[in-house]
Design a protein around this ligand. Structure first.
Ligand code: NAP
Ligand code: SF4
Length: 674
């Protein structure tokens, strides 16, 4: 029997059967901003339907122009917009899937000057102050939800999800902090809950009884003045009574000071808040946030935390997640590592979402799955992310691949990343690569340094070099001093590091090294430790945060200084959705950040540097070099001198932008073409 028996159990609604408990959560993809949007969106959702996902939810569509996420953001308020939706529904149904449309009014989070809310209180993450809706406009907004529901039904959707968490409009009406109204939609709990209840009633009326109505409730707001737990459970009951078939759960508002989905959040950390909702109602409840693994999902169902499990990013990472679980191939799932790099950070940078571990996501129409016309023998040198991704994709197309790695283990730079507190998900990436390489029969030669001569003599039709990078060593007096170590020495545990440390270079790796030297890996593994570190009140007596006065203090194990030559703020280039987490934790640990540093020398006294012409010395035990990397192209040059052409990918090609997402994408594209 499968160990995921609950996850694979069907769920019967009276009018619809879901074949399993796996839901693809709604996610704003911005795919509509790319070329061929209809074809692209249809292919994106159809791939997840073919992968046997129990239920798909679209990204949010606003029921009115002022509720859009941004100018030209998704909107469904008129029949003329139905062509896209019909194409998506047809594609999903043709692939054997089921799909519901999410209706999202973003309220005061809309990046629009005309944004609206319950009261004219600006969100700290938006530069626009909302206009308070009049009572009449609130009733009109309820009608807008009903109209969009009728349109969704006409397009062929199997249901709708009303988005009422994450601090969007309906959540704003429910919370005392953002609702200062004195009409029938403000003040008492009955009044603050009225918008939610009336929307559900209106949507049910517009949809009829044989249409799925999911309501996404905020199970814990994680903001001061959010909805207290006692009101959340009462709201859940009222929403069920008003006509919802399923409750989905959300965690935290977008402006919350607590990370909710980043890799530094323990898996399934929010189960306590979801269980509270589940215990209040008798309709099925969906769990969400930081669930990326079928074993974790199964445990949530076994522990009666929820009846279904929502995964948005994990389905971006692997469209075949559900099918692999059913076929007993869970170890072949390409696991979402919760990095946010290519999905959410991409969206914030106004790009369309894709995925670091799966560059095909959102680009299904750009990649062919066709087998190679001619089976080639290909040598790949370097088993970091680029080399392994190429080997897998090439082998999937039928090529015969031999993968050489000088080290005794697969992984390259991944082996360092996975040592950083909060980055243990990189272990999953390695597991995926390892299992797929084996199942595809890629010949893997570990501990073998491929040289130009043996490659030239080998039987290969093509050679792909993914030889990676070498850490950059700055030219600096005293660079050979015993105090000087590289980030590789630190993260690999090769060197014991003293209590006073200076870090030269403040890119992603400089920040990772600082966290490694200060962090507590348990905070990202043990929910109680995480909640304590981030001041979360699981009882959610107010909005889910303890008062600032009893905030937990971090006791640093080391005194760390980070330096860079640029005069900008340190960490300016870290990911938008995760950089703030790292910066906040390092700040709490008292890390000193020094910009505009001119490095002078390293000697027994420590690191000598100048800022603004003033010379200073940091008395430290170690100076860690995190000064970027340079491409390792020795083998490429050696082959070229023999007149042999090789393909260069990953950091060996461009070290300046050494980036796992780019490396995997470049490798995948080459494998599809070769
Ligand atoms: P990086 O982001 O390019 O940062 C290199 C740092 O070294 C910069 O702070 C730079 O600042 C400094 N530097 C460059 N040349 C130097 C020199 N000759 N002497 C002294 N300092 C020098 O590189 P990285 O930190 O090694 O990260 C590599 C890649 O890994 C990044 O592109 C990133 O995509 C990825 N990564 C990201 C994260 C994350 O976002 N959390 C974490 C890990 C890795 P100055 O030039 O101002 O001194
Ligand atoms: Fe997950 Fe990172 Fe892919 Fe986003 S980019 S889906 S967080 S692996």
């Amino acid at each position: 029997m499968s160990r995921h028996v609950r996850l694979l159990a069907p769920l019967d609604l009276d009018f619809l059967r879901l074949p399993n408990r796996i839901v693809m959560g709604a996610m704003h993809t911005r795919l509509e901003t790319l070329d061929r949007p209809v074809e692209r969106l249809a292919a994106f959702y159809a791939a997840r339907a073919r992968g046997e996902t129990g239920l798909l939810l679209t990204g949010g569509y606003s029921p009115s122009p002022e509720g859009r996420i941004e100018p030209d953001g998704p909107l469904l308020n008129d029949e003329s917009q139905l062509d896209l939706h019909r194409a998506v529904c047809d594609a999903v149904h043709h692939a054997g899937g089921r799909i519901a449309l999410q209706i999202l009014h973003t309220g005061r989070y809309a990046k629009l000057p005309e944004c609206v809310g319950p009261s004219a209180i600006r969100a700290r993450i938006n530069r626009y102050t909302p206009r308070a809706l009049s009572t009449e406009e609130v009733w009109r907004t309820i009608d807008d939800f009903a109209r969009t529901t009728a349109l969704a039904r006409a397009a062929g959707y199997d249901g709708v999800e009303i988005m009422a968490s994450e601090g969007y409009l309906i959540n704003e009406f429910a919370a005392p902090a953002t609702n200062l109204r004195s009409d029938e939609f403000g003040g008492s709990f009955d009044n603050r809950a009225r918008l939610a209840v009336e929307i559900v009633k209106a949507v049910r009326k517009a949809a009829g009884d044989d249409f799925m109505l999911i309501y996404r409730i905020s199970s814990i707001d994680l903001v001061d003045g959010g909805v207290p737990a006692a009101e959340t459970v009462e709201l859940a009951r009222r929403v069920q009574h008003a006509g919802a078939n399923i409750l989905n759960t959300g965690i935290g508002w977008h402006e919350s000071p607590v990370p909710t989905i980043a890799a530094s959040v323990p898996r399934a950390a929010w189960a306590f808040a979801i269980r509270r909702v589940k215990q209040a109602v008798s309709i099925p409840v969906i769990a969400s946030n930081r669930i990326n693994d079928p074993d974790v999902a199964e445990r949530l169902l076994a522990d009666d935390v929820a009846d279904l499990v929502s995964m948005a990013r994990p389905l971006l990472a692997d469209p075949d997640f559900a099918r692999k679980v059913r076929e007993g191939r869970a170890d072949e799932i390409n696991t979402c590592i919760a990095c946010n790099q290519s999905c959410l950070d991409g969206i914030f940078a106004e790009r369309a979402a894709t995925c670091l571990v799966n560059p095909r996501a959102g680009r299904e129409i750009e990649f062919s799955d066709a087998p190679a016309a001619r089976r080639k023998r290909i040598a790949v040198v370097g088993a970091g992310p680029a080399g392994m991704a190429f080997a897998i994709n090439a082998a999937e197309r039928g090529h015969q691949v031999t993968l050489y790695e000088a080290a005794s283990a697969l992984g390259g730079q991944l082996n360092m990343a996975r040592m950083v507190p909060g980055k243990s998900e990189f272990n999953e990436m390695l597991r995926y690569f390892r299992v797929r390489l084996k199942r595809l029969g890629v010949e893997t030669k570990l501990g073998v340094r491929a040289d130009a001569e043996s490659l030239a003599r080998g039987p290969f039709d093509a050679i792909v070099l993914a030889t990676g990078v070498k850490p950059r060593v700055p030219q600096l007096r005293g660079i050979g001093h015993p105090k000087v170590v590289s980030y590789v020495d630190v993260l690999s545990g090769r060197k014991q590091i003293g209590r006073r440390v200076a870090i030269i270079g403040a890119g992603g790796i400089g920040f990772d090294v600082a966290e490694f030297l200060l962090g507590d890996a348990d905070e990202s593994r043990v929910p109680d430790k995480f909640m304590h570190a981030w001041n979360v009140d699981p009882a959610a007596r107010t909005g889910g945060l303890h008062s600032a006065t009893i905030k937990a203090k971090r006791s640093p194990r080391r005194a760390v200084h980070m330096l860079q030559r640029k005069t900008d703020k340190l960490g300016a280039n870290l990911g938008k959705t995760t950089g703030w987490i790292l910066k906040a934790r390092l700040q709490e640990a008292g890390v000193k950040m020094i910009a505009g540093a001119n490095y002078l020398a390293i000697d027994d006294a420590g690191l000598h540097y100048a800022v603004g012409g003033e010379e200073k010395v940091l008395a430290v035990d170690h100076v860690v070099l995190c000064a970027g990397q340079e491409s390792d192209r020795d083998l490429f040059e050696a082959l070229r001198s023999r007149g042999i052409d090789a393909h260069l990918i990953g950091g060996a090609d461009v070290a300046a932008e050494l980036d796992t997402a780019k490396a995997i994408e470049q490798a995948t594209r080459l494998a599809v073409e070769i």
